[in-house]
Design a protein around this ligand. Structure first.
Ligand code: MG
Ligand code: ZN
Length: 374
């Protein structure tokens, strides 16, 4: 009887402590490892980090208005805000902003995957590779542009595109999709990085080979698909690969038994902000939201994938002014550069509750690593 009461009290203590656990995992942990319930519940197999470059609340709201007051982003329940400032400026750039997510360090504007002392800082993508996960980058800028570069390269200056392309070519990421073919095959140093990557186990395809969804690919090889010679087009001028590229990447990476890490960027929301072009912002925002929808469909089926959607910073000091209608935003802009406003973070999946609250941009890196046990 005494033993029974003792066990019952443990039972109720556990029930109370781990009430957020699902029934199945809770029961397993009750029997075998009662103290690890939260950890077991929270460890995702896959992580998908989605960055809408320059995507502040006004950009999201404008997309929402023009898309009939409906966005896939509304499906997220765990929402926070991050403080986007960099090491040397209250207004970050995309290089420092992406380095904060990728490497967990505040660095100076312009820095790619390096600390303020220009020392290389290990990125989430590299950490994932070390742990045996597959990895991918899918972007609507060039693959050597600041945001993707900060996950796969280390350079003191974001503009060193040819050096960054060398870093990309030395990596072994499994899926790489973005523009910038000329940085690989028409370089000042005359290196042919495409041949180099082909001899390193990559199948390299480009926009010249056709649309990504129509390619016949060798599943045993890593894939580099270069979507444009330089910057990819805006979606309003016919760019339409971000959704099919994401689907291809998800199919590929999901073959991995150890899970995967992928970063997907809606790169050009930022460019619409720099251009003070509201229609550009809205069309890129809605395109990125379509990608978010595909990723959420995957994550909901998979049930083991953490999805985090955020931005590096806001661009344009964009405002939605009086006179706006359901068909047309009446925009205001206070800058052609970025602003310092706090940035929303949306999380879904195991561990997503950890992304509630207000915290540093670098904490997104730390939260992902803590959840993954890295
Ligand atoms: Mg970017
Ligand atoms: Zn920008």
């Amino acid at each position: 009887m005494k033993t029974y009461i003792f066990q019952a009290s443990i039972f109720f203590t556990l029930l109370f402590s781990f009430s957020s656990c699902s029934k199945k995992v809770y029961e397993i942990n009750m029997i075998h490892e009662s103290n690890s319930c939260v950890a077991t519940m929270s460890k995702p197999k896959n992580v998908i980090l989605m960055i809408g470059d320059g995507m502040g609340l006004s950009q999201i709201t404008a997309g929402l208005i023009i898309n009939n007051q409906q966005l896939n982003l509304e499906q997220f329940n765990n929402i926070g805000l991050h403080k986007s400032f960099s090491y040397d400026n209250l207004v970050t750039d995309s290089a420092a902003g992406a380095t904060a997510f990728a490497s967990g360090v505040k660095t100076y504007n312009g820095a790619i995957g390096v600390t303020p002392d220009t020392i290389a800082a290990k990125t989430l993508l590299e950490e994932a590779q070390d742990k045996g996960l597959e990895t991918g980058l899918v972007v609507s800028s060039t693959i050597v542009h600041a945001t993707p570069a900060a996950f796969i390269a280390h350079n003191r200056l974001r503009k060193n595109y040819e050096e960054i392309a060398v870093d990309v070519s030395n990596h072994t990421a499994d899926v790489l999709i973005g523009g910038g073919k000329k940085f690989f095959d028409r370089r000042k140093d005359e290196q042919d990085l495409i041949s180099k990557m082909e001899s390193n186990g990559y199948e390299v395809k480009t926009f010249l080979d056709g649309d990504i969804q129509n390619l016949t690919l060798d599943p045993s090889k890593k894939i580099l698909y270069l979507t444009a010679d330089e910057d990819p087009l805006p979606v309003s001028q016919g760019r339409d690969y971000l959704v099919p590229a994401t689907e291809l990447a998800l199919n590929r990476l999901n073959q991995s038994e150890n899970g995967f890490f992928m970063m997907i960027e809606g790169s050009q929301i930022d460019w619409g902000g720099h251009a003070n072009n509201s229609d550009y912002i809205v069309s890129e925002m809605i395109d990125f939201d379509h990608v978010i929808g595909k990723v959420l469909d995957f994550a909901k089926k998979d049930r083991n994938t953490l999805v985090v959607v955020t931005a590096d910073h806001e661009t344009g000091g964009y405002a939605i002014l009086n006179g706006t209608t359901a068909e047309k935003i009446e925009p205001g802009f206070s800058s052609t550069y970025h602003s310092a406003t706090m940035i929303p973070v949306f999380a879904y999946g195991p561990g997503s509750e950890d992304f509630r609250g207000i915290y540093q941009n670098t904490d997104i890196n730390k939260k992902i690593k803590a959840l993954m046990g890295w």
